[in-house]
Design a protein around this ligand. Structure first.
Ligand code: HEC
Ligand code: HEC
Length: 291
């Protein structure tokens, strides 16, 4: 009986540390932030309930967007080499093939209408300020904007839910700024241009899944200003699925042994459990002779 009491005390102490003290310390060091918001409800310039006409959207996109953006999947190559584009705009405009798939619809429509507000970069590009954001706003009628969104959605390729698919999403969403050396991914914008354009060098993301953890990344990517006020990293506007794909990719590259580690952990626990039972039975057998 005595052993069971000791075990109960041990279990209680471990339980208090694990479920009480550790989460408390964690919450002090990493204050809880609002959960990621995938509705982008602060953006209200465009009535996104309108049904878009993809055919008209194609004409509008070809008139307004392909002078800066390539759309490879629709047969539009980048209008100039990445380095020249970076020299002209500060950052290489991303290829828009995946835009209709990875960005939230409400975000994308409002981003076209007013990129600076959608990206939460008003502190960096105040209205009437000296610095201009390289992509101009397109304050067109809501119907035109929804037509463009419908077109971008209609051409976006489906990608598999595997490492290659996750990589495509990462490159489309983050690849103009961030390197991922462990996966041999280099930002499409040269580092020097990025530093001048952003005022900070975007870090290599190979190991951020380990240093920051999944929870932080989910909040940070959804709205960098919440966790790092004043940062020049824009809000990227990914929908929930695309954001999960990006973070899954960061995990596949930066923490590829996670699944293996978790399986081994389970085996170790089963082993310890069986061993504990055997040890207990053995002990009873020996002591039964003594009593
Ligand atoms: C004068 C060049 C220019 C034109 C024209 C232009 N863009 Fe852009 N666009 C850019 C640049 C540069 C960026 C990257 C800005 C950054 O990351 O700071 C960008 C970024 C984007 C993004 C990424 C948004 C995000 O959240 O990461 C999308 C989507 C986009 N543009 C769509 C469009 C569409 C649709 C049009 C046409 C209606 C268009 N752009 C017209 C230069 C342009
Ligand atoms: C237009 C360029 C740009 C794009 C696009 C971009 N980032 Fe960043 N990112 C930055 C910059 C610049 C910093 C450094 C910010 C600072 O130091 O204030 C940064 C920082 C980060 C950090 C480090 C945060 C920290 O607390 O240390 C993470 C993680 C990150 N970005 C993830 C992403 C992911 C994931 C994507 C794609 C979904 C992405 N970024 C897209 C420019 C960008």
């Amino acid at each position: 009986m005595k052993e069971f009491k000791i075990l109960a005390v041990l279990v209680a102490l471990v339980g208090i540390t694990y479920y009480g003290i550790e989460p408390y310390a964690h919450s002090v060091m990493h204050p809880e932030v609002a959960a990621a918001d995938f509705t982008f409800k602060d953006l209200k310039n465009v009535d996104t309930k309108l049904v878009g006409n993809a055919a008209n959207g194609k004409v509008l996109v070809e008139t307004n967007c392909v002078s800066c953006h390539g759309i490879e999947k629709a047969g539009n190559p980048a209008p100039m080499p990445a380095a020249d584009a970076a020299a002209a705009y500060g950052v290489t405009p991303p290829d828009l093939s995946h835009a209709g798939r990875i960005y939230d619809k409400n975000y994308l429509a409002n981003f076209i209408y007013d990129p600076v507000s959608a990206m939460h970069l008003n502190h960096k590009y105040p209205v009437g300020g000296a610095k201009q954001f390289p992509m101009p706003p397109f304050p067109l009628p809501a119907q035109d904007i929804m037509d463009m969104v419908a077109y971008l959605q209609s051409i976006a390729p489906k990608v598999a839910d595997d490492k290659a698919g996750h990589k495509a999403t990462f490159e489309a969403a983050c690849g103009r700024c961030h390197n991922m050396k462990y996966a041999s991914i280099e930002a499409t914008t040269p580092t020097d241009s990025l530093k001048t354009y952003m005022g900070a060098t975007p870090p290599d993301l190979s190991q951020h899944i380990k240093s920051r953890g999944e929870h932080y990344l989910h909040s940070f990517v959804n709205d960098p200003q919440v966790l790092l006020k004043g940062t020049s990293m824009p809000r990227v506007g990914l929908n929930e699925k695309a954001q999960e794909e990006v973070i899954a990719y960061m995990e596949e590259v930066g923490d590829s042994k996670k699944a293996e580690r978790e399986t081994i952990g389970l085996y170790v626990m089963i082993y310890t459990f069986i061993f504990a039972i055997l040890a207990y039975l053995w002990k009873r057998k020996i002591w039964s002779e003594v009593h």
